[in-house]
Ligand binder design. Structure first.
Ligand code: SF4
Ligand code: SF4
Length: 60
């Protein structure tokens, strides 16, 4: 899964566009994580403001 820093996210939509699982969606002005994230890390690498962090299972 992915951790979203909502105070940093500027809703640019880059992560939504690059996610190969279509697991991210911008709903109004709020980034939501949907089912299917494979924790590939692509979105976190592409976020221009560093608002995303991949959390692997078992991590708090
Ligand atoms: S880690 Fe990968 S699969 Fe998960 S939301 Fe980001 S781009 Fe999509
Ligand atoms: S790429 Fe970063 S700033 Fe842009 S919508 Fe995703 S989390 Fe927010």
């Amino acid at each position: 899964m992915i951790r979203i820093d909502r105070t940093t996210c500027c809703y640019c939509g880059t992560c939504v566009a690059v996610c190969p699982q279509a697991a991210l969606e911008l709903v109004d002005a709020c980034l939501e994580e949907q089912e299917g994230c494979s924790a590939c890390g692509t979105c976190a690498k592409c976020c221009p403001v560093g608002a995303l962090e991949v959390c692997h299972e078992g991590q708090v």
